[in-house]
Design a protein around this ligand. Structure first.
Ligand code: DX5
Ligand code: ZN
Length: 224
């Protein structure tokens, strides 16, 4: 299985955003991950549709929008219009998760659902037929640069087997938080198919392109 690398622009230099996105693209990134935080669902404020649109203008790579917001249904069209290819909502933020996932699909984007570390996998079992992406949070969302929670690896393995049992091995299994050169091969070995990396890419002293190359060599070949 080919493992995708999705640099998170949360740790990029926002003053040079387009350049930072292009560096990831040229360095061999597969997707660009956009972390949207509302100051309610998580204790931090980040970016919205305008920044997403700026990312969209800088690359042809798939733009992967991770909504860490309450009432995400209010913003789906705005992010789709801004150029999001993938839109992920949190199960903890959506009492009407099935309807929200349907609306993402109807918008033309591909639907994803994310689980916080404390949220059991069973909470998405009833909507597996609605999603193209399952995101296992390996940190508590809100900030970049946190440490990978070791118990996540077992959860990734169980998520991989849940997808297989339900005939949905085609669903991308993304792992988000604390993924870097030291954890990438364990995450990929557990069954992760998309690795989000923020500080490990944009905070790396060796630079963005070299950081992506290092991650790639930890997990095997990527896009051609
Ligand atoms: C966490 C975000 C992550 C984060 C990853 O709330 O969803 O995408 O930016 O950053 P690192 O790779 O630094 O943990
Ligand atoms: Zn994220």
């Amino acid at each position: 299985m080919t493992v995708k690398i999705a640099p998170s622009i949360l740790s990029a230099d926002f003053g040079r955003l387009a350049e930072e996105v292009r560096a990831a693209d040229e360095g061999g990134a597969d997707w660009i991950h956009v972390d949207v935080m509302d100051g309610h669902f998580v204790p931090n404020l980040t970016m919205g549709p305008a920044v997403t649109a700026a990312v969209r203008r800088a690359t042809d790579l798939p733009v992967d929008v991770h909504l860490m917001v309450e009432r995400p249904e209010l913003h789906l069209e705005a992010f789709r219009d801004a150029g999001a290819d993938w839109i992920t909502v949190h199960v903890e933020a959506c009492p009407h998760l099935h309807r929200v996932l349907e609306r993402i699909r109807e918008s033309g984007a591909r639907p994803g659902v994310a689980l916080n570390p404390a949220t059991p996998l069973g909470s998405v079992e009833e909507v597996l037929s609605e999603i193209d992406l399952l995101v296992i949070m390996s940190v508590n969302p809100g900030f970049g640069g946190q440490s990978y929670i070791p118990a996540s690896s077992r959860k990734i393995e169980r998520a991989r087997s849940l997808l297989r049992t339900h005939g949905r091995s085609d669903v991308e299994l993304e792992v988000d938080g604390g993924v870097g050169p030291a954890t990438a091969s364990e995450v990929a070995g557990a069954g992760g198919s998309v690795l989000v990396a923020g500080s490990a890419v944009y905070g790396a002293p060796e630079g963005v392109k070299e950081a992506i190359r290092n991650l790639r060599s930890a997990v095997g070949p990527g896009r051609t």
